[in-house]
Design a binder for this molecule. Structure first.
Ligand SMILES: [Zn+2]
Length: 642
């Protein structure tokens, strides 16, 4: 290989392997290496997923951290694996001389050297030996050509520090002091006067920086929570911090730090934050955009700042309330509207923990002429009546959509609530609310109660096994689900037939529902309307099993569902056949119904049966499968998987 005079090789130069290395390696392996991508990365030139060779892997420090040396065959550079990549080394997937594709990385300056921090990579192949004879890339060599382009896709990486005496053309309002000070060589961010120049964007925070300052607005402050387990006890709370670049990050305080800061920090105020440990965020619990989160500790310093209009109050992506009808349950959404009413606070006992939970429901309406219930929990529920008195405009961020009672929304631990946000939407909603006619009708999406008003969609359908797997039926209120299943057994052998004699009075209070008793003189006595009748109306009642590919369940069937199942033959009709000895006709009705497919909407509730909790499933409605529609839905779902 012809050694390059400088690392600044034009990007179109292709790497040529030394002839001695070519055989026995296939040319495809040599082609994996993009020429000089290390040098390019150093220069912030966009390199789309460069392939590099890992020529050395070394565990450093007491913590599980891996230092790697990355080579493009011409130059090498030091790198660190972000902790989420450690497993690749542990699993022996990332081994020395392996060729990897860099998917996401950031650059950092440590001890005057630029280090690549690998956030995401893919193993391309293993390789028996080091390719080429790469030389180290020094930041001084590339600083002259430094540009300001982001590298590694989504990461807005810090620029390389300018070489001594050189100048950087980097024009970001943030300055990159913090990463330099991490080397100990630069000036540490001390003293108020120098603070602002040390502030870095939240996006630049990473676990390899010791000293950093960020400035942001607290958009959300969680309740103080406590834990008490075998390992001990303590308390914690979290805040979400939004910076001027629109990136937010979660920060958590524990124990004495939690006690120290909980009453000091206020939502919607702007602070500078420094000191604390950074780690990779768990997206399951942390909905902030930043991939890292902060654990604040004893070294943490937080200073209140003047209001800074360059930092938004929060970043919202509002959905119109009327549109929630077509939004899938479990979606996380933002809404803004007038809190028109507040329910009294109730408390429920959490099934898992046995803890009492306060709960309150707000009715929120917006200018899409629709309203929806929003459930608040805990402290937020207790203070709701004072907080939201007088029909204020309130923005809700990160609500979870549920199909309980039509459509409703619930707050999560991560949800933020902002009363009267300083955004144009507030004024728009306010004036709509004031100007709307007294008789204006608002569509209510939360019909309450659950069950009948539910929207059943293909997407929300579950399997029969969900009844057991999701432990349905153990809540205070019944659980509802819908599934597609085949009827596999009908229990029709009850003495006298799978029905009961009901009052023929179709009006209130009997509505053909209540049971009547046969009298000695062949009449029917109804206790409810207190009358005797010559005839009764027979209503089906029996159990049946529904099966799908996951499981089988017993379900109670009542008259309406049975009529649908049995082709409209009434219980009176079947009873007459029985009386006439037409057993074959009776049997045929049930035989015809067996192994037919249905969409079942069912209610699941556990009941105490001889001192044992048993889950009882009741078919609330059944409808035959529309195979054409079903096929369309399935095709759509398959497409969604691709
Ligand atoms: Zn009656």
């Amino acid at each position: 290989m012809k050694p390059s005079p400088s690392p600044l090789i034009p990007s179109n130069t292709s790497l040529t392997l030394p002839p001695s290395l070519l055989p026995p390696f296939s040319p495809s392996v040599s082609n994996l290496l993009t020429a000089n991508c290390v040098a390019q990365a150093m220069q912030k030139i966009d390199v789309q997923n460069p392939n590099v060779q890992v020529i050395n892997i070394k565990k450093v420090g007491t913590q599980d951290r891996y230092r790697v040396i990355l080579s493009d065959g011409t130059h090498y550079i030091q790198g660190m694996l972000a902790t989420q990549l450690n497993q690749l080394v542990v699993d022996n997937q990332l081994v020395e001389n392996a060729i990897i594709c860099l998917k996401e990385f950031i650059t950092n300056v440590v001890q005057d050297k630029t280090v690549l921090i690998l956030l995401k990579c893919e193993i391309v192949s293993t390789h028996p030996v080091k390719i080429g004879n790469p030389t180290e890339v020094y930041k001084a060599d590339v600083a002259a050509g430094s540009s300001n382009k982001p590298v590694g896709g989504m990461y807005d990486a810090p620029p390389p520090a300018p070489a001594a005496g050189g100048s950087s053309n980097y024009s970001n309002p943030y300055q990159n002091q913090a990463s330099r000070s991490a080397s100990g060589g630069g000036s540490a961010p001390t003293g108020r006067s120098g603070l602002s120049s040390n502030i870095i964007p939240v996006s630049q925070l990473n676990p390899y920086q010791n000293k950093w300052v960020i400035k942001g607005r607290i958009t959300n402050k969680g309740d103080m929570r406590t834990w008490n387990n075998a390992k001990g006890e303590g308390c914690l709370f979290s805040i979400d911090i939004l910076d001027a670049s629109g990136m937010d990050i979660r920060g958590t305080f524990f124990k004495e730090d939690a006690n120290k800061w909980f009453n000091v920090l206020e939502v919607d105020k702007v602070y500078t934050f420094s000191g604390g440990r950074l780690k990779v965020a768990n997206p399951q619990w942390n909905k902030c955009k930043c991939q890292h989160e902060i654990t604040f500790d004893r070294s943490t310093d937080i200073q209140l700042c003047e209001e800074d209009a360059s930092i938004q109050q929060n970043i919202f992506d509002f959905s119109q309330i009327v549109k929630l009808e077509s939004i899938e349950p479990e979606s996380i959404i933002d809404i803004i509207g007038v809190v028109a009413s507040i329910s009294p606070v109730t408390s429920i006992t959490a099934k898992k923990t046995g803890n009492e939970l306060k709960k309150c429901e707000l009715t929120v309406m917006d200018d899409s002429d629709a309203q929806v219930n929003v459930t608040l929990w805990g402290k937020k529920a207790e203070t709701a009546e004072n907080e939201f008195a007088g029909c204020p405009v309130v923005a809700f961020k990160g609500l979870k959509v549920s199909d309980y009672g039509g459509r409703s929304c619930g707050t999560l631990m991560s949800s933020a609530i902002l009363k009267g946000p300083r955004i144009p939407e507030t004024e728009r909603i306010q004036s709509w609310f004031q100007n709307r006619g007294a008789n204006a009708t608002v569509k209510n999406l939360s019909t309450g109660g659950g069950g009948a008003g539910r929207v059943e969609t293909f997407e929300s359908r579950k399997t029969v096994s969900a009844i057991r797997n999701e432990q349905l039926g153990y809540n205070e209120k019944p659980d509802w689900l819908s599934f597609k299943a085949t009827i596999s057994f009908i229990k029709k052998d009850k003495e006298g037939g799978p029905w009961y004699p009901a009052c023929p009075n179709a009006e209130e209070p009997c509505r053909n529902m209540c049971k009547v008793i046969s009298t000695s003189d062949d009449h029917w006595q109804c206790e409810k309307c207190n009358k005797q009748y010559d005839k009764c109306t027979r209503r089906y009642i029996f159990s049946a099993t529904f099966a799908d590919n996951t499981s089988t369940c017993w379900a109670s069937m009542f008259n309406d569902q049975a009529l649908a199942l049995l082709g409209g033959h009434t219980a009176d009709e079947l009873n007459e056949w029985m009386q006439n000895g037409d057993y074959d006709k009776f049997e045929k009705v049930f035989d015809d119904a067996l192994f037919t497919d249905w969409i079942v909407k069912a209610k699941v509730k556990s009941e105490l049966v001889s001192e044992e909790q048993r889950v009882k499933t009741t078919a609330y409605s059944i409808s035959p499968v529309d195979y054409a529609k079903e096929s369309r839905d399935l095709l759509k779902a398959i497409k969604g998987l691709q």
